[in-house]
Design a protein around this ligand. Structure first.
Ligand SMILES: Nc1ncnc2c1ncn2[C@@H]1O[C@H](COP(=O)(O)OP(=O)(O)OP(=O)(O)O)[C@@H](O)[C@H]1O
Ligand SMILES: [Mg+2]
Length: 280
């Protein structure tokens, strides 16, 4: 029997509190190389806090955090900066540079590398903007774009850094359903084409069904479910059933206190200049 692959990202019994408020309590899960794991859960349950541990912005009170096959728990800042070149995060607000055009935003990580000619940078940016569907917005500034387009540009900029893994924080919230579906399709396309290891934080069940190889469901600081969507359909956890119910009724936001009801029915790498690093 072949050995199972080593996880690319792993939480081992991670606990984290802010003052008296315990946000993560003995949280364990792993993400295999090339896998897409969705983190689901109600607002305030610690989804973004989990991503911030992976980026090394936060440290656990106890437990270990492994990223890119390394135990980063006690890493100093300069080691974390090395890891952040391999794992990038797409923030909810996009975190674009307001004064730079779309093209310059995406070119930023390429320029930082300092090894590409202007012509090469132009071509790579063109390819990335094409891939995320905003090529014609190249000369615009972020304030001229819709929230959904800003997120697409933020994804293009994250890809320009040629990461091994990408973390998306709520990629489809605060956009209309059509833009949400387009962003979901884009992330699905990137998953197929680039085979990046990905974590998608969301409370959007539709997105989760579209993308997730496995799902981590957080509730009251703990993992109440970790497995495939098919396994999740069979989960008897009340809070998991609640999410399926809201998905069934087409509600995209969790409403606390809603009465429980019975269970609902439930490539090849694009050429980015030819200099993309080999993926595992
Ligand atoms: N730096 C911090 N200091 C103190 N409390 C924090 C800090 N960061 C997060 N929290 C608290 O931790 C809890 C979890 O926050 P987190 O942002 O991870 O929630 P979330 O699951 O991402 O929610 P949402 O779906 O609303 O984005 C919240 O109660 C939040 O107020
Ligand atoms: Mg959040």
């Amino acid at each position: 029997m072949p050995e199972p692959p080593r996880p690319y990202i792993e939480f081992q019994h991670v606990s984290k509190a802010f003052g008296d408020h315990r946000v993560l309590d003995d949280v364990s899960f792993d993400v295999l190389p090339g896998e897409t794991v969705c983190i689901l859960g109600r607002s305030g349950v610690g989804k973004s806090v989990s991503l911030h541990h992976i980026m090394g912005f936060l440290k656990p009170d106890s437990g270990r955090v492994w990223v890119a096959y390394e135990d980063i728990t006690d890493y100093p800042e300069h080691e974390l900066e090395r890891i952040r070149k391999k794992v990038t995060m797409v923030f909810q607000n996009g975190a674009l540079f307001d004064s730079l055009t779309v093209g310059e935003n995406v070119a930023f990580p390429l320029r930082e590398r300092g090894e590409l000619s202007e012509e090469e940078i132009y071509q790579i940016v063109d390819g990335l903007l094409e891939m995320v569907g905003v090529r014609e917005m190249r000369e615009m500034v972020p304030s001229e774009l819709s929230t959904g387009m800003k997120r697409s540009v933020a994804i293009a900029r994250a890809l320009a850094a040629q990461p091994e893994a990408i973390l998306y924080d709520e990629p489809t919230t605060m956009v209309d359903p059509l833009q949400g579906a387009l962003l979901g399709d884009l992330i699905a396309k990137l998953k197929l084409q680039l085979k990046l290891t990905s974590i998608v934080v969301t409370h959007d069940m539709k997105l989760c069904r579209k993308l997730a190889d496995r799902v981590v469901f957080l509730h009251e600081a703990r993992v109440v479910f970790f497995g495939t969507v098919a396994e999740m359909e069979r989960s008897t956890e009340p809070i998991v059933r609640e999410f399926f119910k809201l998905d069934f009724f087409g509600l995209d936001d969790f409403q606390a206190g809603a009465a429980p009801v019975p269970s609902s029915p439930g490539g090849s790498n694009p050429d980015l200049s030819g200099s993309a690093p080999p993926r595992e």
